[in-house]
Write a protein that binds this ligand. Structure first.
Ligand SMILES: Cc1ncc(COP(=O)(O)O)c(C=O)c1O
Length: 405
């Protein structure tokens, strides 16, 4: 057994097998680069599922982390803290929302959105108690808590975890007629990702989001966007909803909000929606803690004042074009927005997992989304030359993986 295998075996002995990681053991990270325990360097084309948008151990964020961690870290919301208002105020200003409820992980913010939507449904819309319905899209991914997997289309996410939470109705992604048809007087919200990330970077038809917003407005249904992955510059705009100039009633953010350092998430909404929360109706010991708020504020300031979003847009276009120019016949489609690109491959020829494994040997890290898509979502700090190098390695990895299939 070599050193890598020994570390993997040890981890497997003690860690639940709820993931299927690529066979590399990482020990260090700096900006777009990661190093394994043997000192081999890899390019990070995955950014922890888009959480590391500013590169590993970003200097500006680490400075702030150090300062705030020496000042005040965690108090719980049993008390007011001076870091929370500036953070949430900036979030509201940037997103056009009235109020925010801070959480930690993405799925907690999704749960928060579901609770807010149901309360609004009962208290403002007048839906009879315990009968509220939320419409969701097929192949969605919103996280892994019991309520959230209850409306997943993936049988494997739900098997033997029942009884599941009722009150969710599924429609096809990208189909506004289906949304119209699914709405009933008991519908309180439509919850959707503007671009489906874990489903393999699925981009809906142009105009769909706008049509959904209009449909929701016309029917007194909340339009809630899960931008945990698509938000904060990933698609080349601050929020993916800006591509269609829509205005959601509720917005969920996470991942990059923690600067690749801490879990920081938030549910934002109109005042009328957030008013449903009263003392004791929801909470989190760590949500909105001063350290998380300080990092979150710095992340937002960096996105607002530096060129990260423009880089995502321009370099994303370059990445898309370079991948689309590849001639390998196992590639079915290349699609993306900003520095968030998926390459769909023909699984009859090779599996995405095999390609990612071969890519790792070429010094580039990424991970499959489902069986057929290889995702590329590097930190926004990557440069053009490194991107082109990554595409060349991907091309070689495809050849190697196809040859051995
Ligand atoms: C759109 C979306 N929502 C929610 C989540 C869940 O976030 P977390 O893993 O931080 O709970 C994810 C994670 O990939 C996601 O992509």
């Amino acid at each position: 057994m070599n050193k890598t295998q020994a570390w993997i075996a040890r981890e497997n002995q003690y860690c639940a097998q709820n993931y299927y990681p690529i066979e590399v053991v990482l020990a260090k990270g700096k900006d777009v680069w990661l190093w394994d325990i043997k000192g081999k360097r890899y390019l990070d084309m995955m950014s922890a599922y888009s959480a590391v948008s500013f590169g590993h151990s970003n200097v500006r964020l680490i400075k702030v982390l150090k300062e705030q961690s020496e000042t005040l870290c965690v108090t719980s919301r049993a008390f007011h803290v001076n870091m929370l208002a500036p953070f949430l105020e900036k979030l509201c200003t940037l997103s056009g929302m009235d109020m925010a409820l801070p959480m930690n992980t993405g799925v907690e913010a999704v749960e928060t959105a579901i609770k807010a939507a149901r309360r609004w449904g009962y208290e403002k819309k007048g839906i009879p108690d315990n009968q509220a319905q939320i419409i969701v899209a097929k192949n969605n991914f919103h996280g892994r808590t019991l309520s959230v997997i209850s409306f997943s289309s993936e049988a494997a996410y739900k098997a033997h975890f029942g009884p599941l939470t009722p009150g969710f109705v599924e429609i096809p992604f990208g189909d506004v007629a289906a949304l119209k048809k699914a709405i009933t007087p008991k519908t309180c919200a439509f919850l959707v990702e503007p671009i489906q990330g874990e489903a393999g970077i699925q981009i809906p038809p142009p105009g769909w989001l706008r049509a959904c917003q209009e449909c929701c407005n016309d029917n007194n249904v909340l339009f809630i966007l899960d931008e945990v992955q698509s938000g904060l510059g990933r698609t080349g705009k601050m929020f993916a909803f800006e591509h269609e100039a829509v205005k959601p009633d509720g917005l969920i953010l996470g991942k990059a909000l923690g600067g690749g350092i801490l879990p920081v998430s938030v549910f934002l909404a109109r005042k009328e929606v957030m008013e449903g929360f009263t003392p004791g109706s929801h909470g989190s010991t760590f949500g909105g803690n001063p350290l998380a708020a300080r990092i979150g504020l710095e992340v937002l300031t960096m996105l607002e004042t530096e060129d990260y979003i423009a880089r995502s847009r321009i370099l994303g276009e370059e990445l898309l074009q370079a991948l689309q120019a590849l001639k390998q016949d196992c590639i079915v489609e290349v699609r993306g927005k900003g520095l968030w690109v998926g390459v769909e491959i023909d699984t009859q020829k090779v599996s995405a997992r095999k390609v990612c494994q071969a890519l790792m040997h070429q010094g580039v890290l990424s991970k499959e989304a489902h069986e057929s898509v290889i995702r590329f979502s590097p930190p926004f700090t990557i440069d053009s030359q490194t991107l082109q190098w990554a595409v060349a390695q991907f091309s070689k990895a495809l050849d190697i993986a196809c040859k051995h299939s």
